[in-house]
Design a protein around this ligand. Structure first.
Ligand SMILES: Cc1ncc(COP(=O)(O)O)c(C=O)c1O
Length: 407
């Protein structure tokens, strides 16, 4: 098929739920992607954080092919070794006596957490935060905040309410006798990398413990070392009751995990929850290899170093252009608030061989793979710099726009 044929047939045969950039990727290697014409792109979004080891990493390829030759899935009617090994590993990293439920995506990891908190607490109410994103299946969507995602599909699951982010006092006020749990992202990802004040998670932990509700930390985007620690909650030295994980766990192979303290996990009985593919041998074998590699190579620490380098260079860039309004970053989770149409900048980056995305009209997001090299970081900055201030913006093609005009 030619490029136009692929694009035409996509619109004919695929449901129109995605707004895609006009590029057809064929292969990847390390931090780079190649389109079907062989053009090379620096991938600074890594499949929205699903590929922390980049593309075609030998550790992933080897674990995948080795396991595919042995066994892919027998379902949870039976025992398998990679699943148990992975659960043990994740519980040990989480740092508490816990148990895992495996699924196939982030939204499913959240669904399991919703059911588990309700079953354990024998209460119905779940509190989440404004601008949170927890997924798009009906339970997870009920925890997600954006009206645009929710309203066409109402009525959603009852019992959910949303409070201001970064406000411990809002949580105190919102808790009732029927509250089971508080769900939160340690850094809001889809909302545009919004970092809470230092100490927020600690305060939330204290409130949850004092008021007897469960603290559920959604590490689906922040986990796997991206922010500088394996889980982002570890920056504050706290221990949640439940952690949800997905995206980068098997470097692009679908998997989700809900990790809960054992006492809570034991509220689930056979038949309460399940998944045909969840915890399959292929995904868990790959996840074991990915987790081992991230730990062995200390990629969380590297994410902190590489992220700091990228952040510093972005701040230098900011000094030279009115187009950059703000930079928010933790490790390799970065947002650039711009005084311009973000989607136009994303398209320009793509045409210059840099893959990023935008989370809103004014927010660019970078989620580079954790294996990004220092030279790649310089390349990313050169492309951004050329677009925002340099040769590609010679005639001032990108004009600063007043915020009101864009919103
Ligand atoms: C924090 C968070 N939770 C949940 C999800 C949903 O994950 P999935 O798309 O795998 O269902 C996402 C996806 O972006 C996410 O960022």
């Amino acid at each position: 098929m030619t490029d136009p044929e692929i694009i035409l047939q996509e619109s004919q045969y695929i449901m129109p739920t995605y707004r895609r950039s006009v590029v057809i990727f064929e292969k990847g290697r390390g931090a780079y992607l190649y389109d079907i014409k062989g053009k090379k792109y620096l991938d600074c979004i890594s499949g929205i954080a699903t590929c922390p080891l980049g593309h075609a990493h030998p550790v992933v390829t080897s674990a995948l092919t080795k396991q595919a030759k042995k066994l892919i899935n027998v379902t949870n009617l039976f025992y398998t070794q990679p699943q148990v090994e992975l659960a043990k590993k994740l519980v040990s990293i989480a740092g508490f006596d816990g148990k895992v439920f495996f699924s196939n995506s982030g939204t499913e990891a959240i669904e399991a957490a919703i059911k588990l908190t309700r079953k354990y607490a024998q209460k119905k109410e779940i509190i989440a935060v404004e601008n949170a994103f927890h997924g798009r299946t009906l339970g997870a969507l009920s925890a997600t905040h954006k009206a645009r995602f929710r309203e066409p599909f109402e009525p959603l699951v009852p019992g959910f309410k949303h409070i201001a982010y970064d406000s411990p006092s809002a949580l105190v006020k919102a808790i009732t006798d029927d509250t089971a749990a508080f769900f939160m992202e340690p850094i809001l990802g889809e909302a545009g990398v919004i970092l809470p004040s230092r100490g927020y998670l600690k305060e939330i932990r204290e409130i949850c413990s004092q008021r007897g509700i469960l603290m559920v930390v959604d590490e689906i985007q922040t986990g796997m070392g991206r922010t500088g620690t394996f889980f982002a909650y570890q920056h504050e030295g706290i221990m949640p009751d439940i952690i949800t994980l997905a995206k980068g766990l098997a470097n692009g192979i679908p998997i989700g995990a809900t990790i809960a303290r054992a006492e809570i996990a034991n509220a689930f009985e056979p038949g309460d929850h399940g998944s045909t593919f969840g915890g399959n041998s292929l995904a868990t074998a790959v996840a074991n290899a990915v987790v081992d590699f991230i730990i062995e190579k200390n990629l969380a620490e590297y994410a902190a170093t590489a992220g700091a380098m990228l952040e510093e260079k972005l701040h230098s860039l900011k000094k030279n252009t009115p187009l950059i309004k703000e930079i928010r970053a933790k490790g390799l989770m970065i947002a650039i608030e711009v005084n311009a149409l973000a989607k136009e900048l994303v398209a320009q980056c793509l045409s210059k061989g840099l893959v990023i995305n935008n989370t809103s009209d004014n927010t660019l997001r970078l989620l580079p793979p954790l294996i990004i090299g220092k030279r790649d970081i310089k390349k990313c900055i050169t492309i951004l710099s050329n677009i925002l201030i340099g040769s590609d913006n010679k005639r001032g093609r990108i004009k600063p726009q007043p915020q009101e005009a864009i919103l």
